[in-house]
Design a protein around this ligand. Sequence first.
Ligand SMILES: Nc1ncnc2c1ncn2[C@@H]1O[C@H](COP(=O)(O)OP(=O)(O)OP(=O)(O)O)[C@@H](O)[C@H]1O
Ligand SMILES: [Mg+2]
Length: 511
Amino acid sequence: MPSDPEAPALVEMRDITIRFPGVLALDAVDFVLRAGEIHSLMGENGAGKSTLIKALTGVYPIDSGSITVAGEARVFGSTADAQSAGISTVYQEVNLCANLSVGENVMLGHEPRARGGIDWKGVHRDAARHLDSLGLRIDTRSILSSHSIAIQQLVAISRAMVLDAKVLILDEPTSSLDRGEVEQLFAVIRDLRDAGVAVLFVSHFLDQVYEISDRITVLRNGQLVGEYLIGDLPRGDLVTKMIGRELDELAAISRAADRTIDRSAAPVLRATGIGRRGLLEPTDLDVYEGEVVGLAGLLGSGRTELVRLLYGADRADSGTVEVGGTPVRMSSPRHAIAERIAYSSEDRRAEGLIADLTVAENIVMGIQAQRGWMRRVGRAEREAIVSEYMTALGIRPADPDQLVRNLSGGNQQKVLLARWLATAPELLVLDEPTRGIDIGAKADIQRKVAELSEQGLSVIFISSELEEVLRLAQRVVVMRDRRRIGELESHTVDLDGLIDYIANAGEGSAA
Ligand SMILES: Nc1ncnc2c1ncn2[C@@H]1O[C@H](COP(=O)(O)OP(=O)(O)OP(=O)(O)O)[C@@H](O)[C@H]1O
Ligand SMILES: [Mg+2]
């Protein structure tokens, strides 16, 4: 049921301005959210989407402007304030208590009580009911952090439902969900909309935006470009409005996947039977010089587990690894770095960036680790490297001394990538490098990977966006249920073929 274009405004933001040192993050922006609609907020990395949400929810005070909720002028002092007015937010990075149980997280602050204390049985019963309405059957007594990011995200959404939200804000909730999980989430969002909830959705996946939205508001450089009904804004126009120019996304990347790879010399990396009980069945993987090998599979299929064993981030209990034909011991990331292998993790917060250091410090950190802490990177060299990669990846604001915590989500992801590119590795392992990255920057990153691999860099590329895997990788290794089920030359398969292979190959046959 599409929303009623004349529905009254539930949230009205007028003339909102927020200034950070050196950045005008929002410049007199108007935004209206109506009951019973799904409204997408679109814009490049750093356009001001998350800041607008934080202005609404009381995370950032506004410098000027006004906010009206259900006809009443409101200024929220904190997210708790906003929550009690019925505005719940699920952020781009899960923001729950990792060491508490799932049930406690869902019910936190709303626990049923019995005889003066918390009724723990009731907590888990109620939590299970809320999770169940999302189609999630998980043990509510399990610890939140023991679950994948995807599950944690759905737990966060269940929590918002417990708070009985009138406004549900989802800031990139789908960036770590697989197709099935996205469908599940969308079904829930549509139900909530049909029940009259106003849903604000932010995502860099255009397919999803077009699938779910009733309306779109576009921001660019902190300014409002416009508000549109979905049917009035063809995709190409949306992209043009977001980036302020036309983008020929596909033409930007030479058909990297069609390049012929010389596999006569020893592979840069050869893993034989590498595995670990309970984590990954013994798996073989070769990567040749200048080759991009894609790892495809559903969430939890073993892609990240495989590269973590290769990198020594987890210990393998079977198998061997050879680098350039020589057996190596890969029992810690230190060994991998010494072998010129770099690993850009999918979890930029837990394993990657240090929020309280500057952009420059975060970029140089990889080179520094490679050289050892006794040999400092000199100032001139440091400046040259930092400026090269900030330009190549379009990191904004273009200020190397900005703290990483102040960058938008997509720009943080670019800093992490810059760190590993700067180490000039022979083999680069990229785990979801374009998650949360806008469509223009995604093309920049793909182009950079294609260019470096053409010059001889070998790459293992993990991405949930199969289009991207097929465009960059010459060979795709498919994983399922923590084992390798086969591999394909990219030029022999199209997107539907790959999806079908991931779902069905090997089922009931000996493939
Ligand atoms: N606390 C802060 N201090 C300084 N600058 C900030 C702060 N928070 C955001 N900014 C800046 O404000 C601008 C808008 O950032 P915002 O996070 O709103 O972007 P976004 O549209 O959500 O981008 P993305 O798609 O990458 O998540 C960026 O230039 C960012 O660097
Ligand atoms: Mg953001």
